[in-house]
Design a protein around this ligand. Structure first.
Ligand code: MIC
Ligand code: SF4
Length: 631
């Protein structure tokens, strides 16, 4: 067996694992973050359990840490008290970004992790089968229910050779993005291996598995080997180590080989993580801002390399450099050695250990700016500045840009190769609250709303194609984050901003139609719902009376979220039919429930457009009952 098969077979909740068929996987650990967490815990309360049933569940506060107004602070207090009541560990704001902290303190090779964040696969770097999902699926896992998913394909990525100086793990995953692109990878799991991995530390492996989310794969995983043991030992957790490797001769559906020695620094150009170019091809482009951090590149070694590259130098006058350490552990460590003072002396602005700039929560660049960032997403507008151009790059490339003020290949700076010593990690879990008291009273400030209502699929849809969008529409387009994020715990309020980047009046028009009993339908191209796992991208449209999404293809997490909240995820049987529907066209689909039950194709009346759906019996039941909370 390969590693993926070993872990799934060890966690199968019923039946046996078969590729292409839905499997039910028992979940050992869960994680939530505050932006998706409040809804997940409202849902957990509605499910009604006394105490979580997982081996470990952690609630992190890392996304909405800025408290401008009462809303985010209300959310934090709600999350703290819910965690105490249900036996969930609570990582306070300031303790760090969920994936980074989880890797340091809780990730265990061979275990399963379900997280309400699309970058949960970061912990694949430590040999976990770590999957991102909507909040409701995570709430159900906390209640002891298995997670259902179909894995269609397991691809082996064989890494050989050794990276050259100033070429890094980020360049490896950017290379994989160039090869596999951001489309067409739904249902795939990537398993890394080959002799090249022995030169990659656990945080470097985690940089690679983190950005599997941008490929749209279900997860990515590395073996657990001596490098993993060493990392766990330094985190004071050697007892959590188990070896994990593929059996000789294990089978894969596809092989990709990458010679690390041949890689050069790469970037993802605006506005997609799949828009890959060599740094040398865009070098010379004027840079206004450099941001270093996020769950992709904010480990101790990332910042240590940065400190050494900036030592004794100054950031270019017209460039601002923002650095957000990934965790309290990282910040504490760079404060104890000379790194922090090197960064400050070079002219960096040190931000909180949180998501911050990555999600547009502060540090938005100026109008039309070029910002080079080490995070994982550069969707249009995500930085908070609609006209900004975001380039994704390694820490080494970002540091070179901060020094020169233009996009610069770090291998051309003539610097001596940098060696990072890995000191003992500083262990201090005092910002992780672990007490459990079932009698805790949950604090609910005015920002805390209610879980989503029942929304059963109708037998006949008489509606209108209220919005037609193109390919690769992300959940950031559907449900913006940044300044809007603080409304996450309040469905009616957050719904005001659905698709605001595309059409400011979308939500108003939806509500008018809803009042008149007209169903709102969304028409989309390929890979609809890429990016974030935020279930609000389904909950809020459902609240606005969106009854179906008709697309060329829909991404995995978003499709599951649509089903979970009663929106029909439909696909054009013939992609050309996308052209024959215009915005504002009338859409009538009849006998839906009967067709679903009899596995018959749905048809748009009067247009003879055939719609297919890829739904299990369980999915159909959820849709008919009005959502997973009610099924
Ligand atoms: C993101 O990177 O887009 C987020 C913000 O972390 C999301 C979760 C969210 O929307 O809260 C994700 O990746 O799932
Ligand atoms: Fe936070 Fe950015 Fe990572 Fe999402 S991608 S978890 S916003 S750091």
């Amino acid at each position: 067996m390969n590693i993926v098969e070993k872990i799934i077979n060890g966690h199968i909740a019923g039946g046996k694992f078969e590729k292409g068929k839905e499997s039910s996987i028992q979940i050992d650990q869960t994680l939530t973050q505050d932006a998706t967490g409040t809804m997940a815990y409202l849902e957990l309360e509605a499910i009604g359990v006394e105490k979580v049933k997982t081996e470990l569940s952690v609630s992190y506060v890392d996304h909405n840490t800025l408290q401008m107004g009462f809303e985010n602070a209300d959310d934090h207090e709600y999350l703290r008290t819910v965690a105490k009541k249900y036996g969930i560990f609570f990582s306070k704001a300031g303790n760090g970004i969920c994936h980074q902290v989880h890797l340091e303190r809780f990730g265990k090779p061979g275990k399963t992790l379900l997280g309400s964040d699309s970058h949960t696969p970061t912990n694949g770097g430590i040999g976990m089968l770590a999957i991102g999902a909507g909040g409701l699926d995570v709430a159900l896992a906390m209640a002891g229910r298995p997670f259902y998913t179909s894995i269609n394909k397991i691809t082996k990525i064989e890494l050989i050779g050794k990276l050259r100086p100033f070429v890094s793990a980020k360049d490896i995953i950017l290379k994989v993005l160039e090869i596999l692109t951001t489309k067409g990878n739904v249902g795939t799991v990537l398993e890394y291996g080959g002799e090249g991995i022995k030169h990659l530390s656990v945080p470097e492996r985690a940089t690679i598995t983190n950005m599997g989310a941008e490929l749209g794969v279900t997860t990515s995983i590395f073996p657990s080997d001596e490098v993993t043991r060493e990392f766990l030992k330094k985190q004071g957790r050697e007892k959590d180590f188990v070896e994990l490797k593929a059996d000789p001769g294990s089978e894969y559906d596809e092989f990709i080989k990458i010679d690390l020695g041949m890689l050069v620094p790469l970037v993802a150009k605006p506005h997609s993580p799949g828009n890959i170019a060599k740094v040398s091809e865009v070098s010379g482009t004027k840079v206004n801002q450099v941001c270093i951090g996020s769950c992709t590149n904010s480990s101790y070694s990332d910042l240590s390399i940065l400190g050494k590259m900036l030592e004794g130098k100054k950031v270019k006058d017209d460039v601002e450099l923002i650095i957000a350490p990934g965790s309290k552990q990282v910040l504490n460590m760079i404060a104890k050695d000379k790194t922090l003072s090197r960064l400050i002396s070079a002219g960096a602005r040190i931000a909180e250990s949180a998501c911050g700039f990555c999600i547009g929560a502060g540090h938005s660049p100026n109008t039309d700016a070029v910002s080079v960032r080490t995070n994982n997403r550069n969707f249009e507008g995500r930085s908070g500045t609609a006209s900004a151009k975001i380039y994704l790059a390694s820490v080494e490339t970002a540091a070179a840009c901060a020094l020169t003020g233009e996009i610069t290949d770090p291998t051309t700076l003539g610097l001596e190769p940098i060696k990072v010593d890995q000191p003992e990690f500083l262990l201090d879990d005092s910002m992780i609250l672990k007490d459990f008291d079932p009698k805790t009273t949950i604090t609910r400030g005015p920002n805390i709303g209610s879980p989503p209502e029942k929304n059963p699929v109708r037998d006949n849809i008489e509606g209108i194609a209220l919005l037609k969008v193109g390919d690769k529409v992300t959940t950031d387009h559907i449900m913006p984050a940044g300044a809007r994020l603080k409304y996450r715990s309040n469905i009616p309020k957050y719904s005001e901003f659905v698709f605001e980047i595309v059409d400011k009046n979308f939500s108003k028009k939806c509500l008018e139609n809803k009042k008149k009993g007209i169903a709102n339908i969304l028409i989309a191209g390929e890979s609809y719902g890429q990016g974030s796992s935020r279930e609000h991208a389904a909950i809020c449209p459902a609240y606005l009376g969106v009854k179906a999404v008709i697309a060329k293809s829909i991404e995995r997490i978003h499709k599951a979220n649509l089903i979970n909240f009663g929106i029909l995820p439909l696909q054009f049987e013939n992609h050309k039919d996308y052209e024959s529907i215009q915005q504002d066209d009338e859409i009538v689909i009849e006998d839906i429930i009967k067709c679903l039950q009899d596995n018959k194709t749905l048809i748009i009346k009067g247009k003879n457009i055939k719609l297919r759906y890829d739904l299990t019996e369980n999915d159909k039941n959820i849709l008919i009952k009005g959502g997973k909370l009610y099924a």
